[in-house]
Design a protein around this ligand. Sequence first.
Ligand code: FES
Length: 351
Amino acid sequence: MKKVKLKINEKVIEAVEGKLLLEVAKENGVRIPHLCYEPRLKPYGSCRLCLVEIKGERKLQPACATPVKNGMEVITDSITLYEIRRTIIDLLLSTHPEDCLTCEACGRCTLQDLAYEYGLRKTSYQGEKPHTPLEDHNPLIFREREKCVLCGRCVRICSEVQGVDAYTFAGRGFQTIIATAFDEPLSLKNCEFCGQCVSTCPTGALVSRLEMGKARSWESKGVMTTCPYCGCGCQIVLKVKDNQVVGVESDYETHNRGNLCAKGRFGWEFVNHPDRLKTPLIKKKGKFVKASWDEALALVAEKLKFTKEKFGSESIAFIASAKCTNEENYLLQKLARVVFGTNNIDHCARL
Ligand code: FES
């Protein structure tokens, strides 16, 4: 990979040619405000918050869509840039509901952080606000479209990463909204409920309904772990409050790059569910009763032995689990083949 030298705020920096300026700046400790940029998505350049000055360029350039070149001289902070960014945030706030106190995204909302950073206690552009209906009957994704800043991240992640295209832009100008086809509820469209849109939304426009009202963002602590659902081993962060799991997210800096499926993102309520099985159960006189692992395993061994002796090895089949490790699955097939003499082995690769 060819390296280039450039200057960011007078500091000489070496970077891989063609890498996005915003990413190079971040790697070198220079923060450029942004809203529509998302590391999982292609450059888009719509919010214009990341505009920077580049020596020799007639216009300001979006750092999120500008590849670095040799000899570039970039200024990321100036009075002009500050004023432009402040005006953009002010305009975004002018159509945004002012309910930060009760908003589910409070504390993890990029717009809220930017308003704070640029000292905007309220918008200076008073006027009409768009009125877009809520989608609150969906069991997994809560859509409060009046909080949408039209960054297009949900549209793009649904298309570029998931290949589903459940969302699109509809309307023009002030009437522009993020819609589904014919603006019908997500549940009636091709949505797979992966929640990728929730994971990328920078405001409270899209939130996980399962997490609503369970914890403010600063009340839960993150516990990194591996998703238990399949063999991909996606890294997830459990949000834990008072020893209870209250949500799931995933970091960009993982092999799954923050992407999760519906099970990984929304299938966490079983962890603290009162009906969760915590011990093996054995059916006695038509009723399941709690048993120890020793009892349960002894019963399984006895039944397997009996079945093999009475009906032969071919009468037995083993099904391995995607929730197990490779080593555990290896051991199960070994048990099937060597101990019970059967090749009847399958795997629930899809859960
Ligand atoms: Fe660059 Fe939005 S982050 S234009």
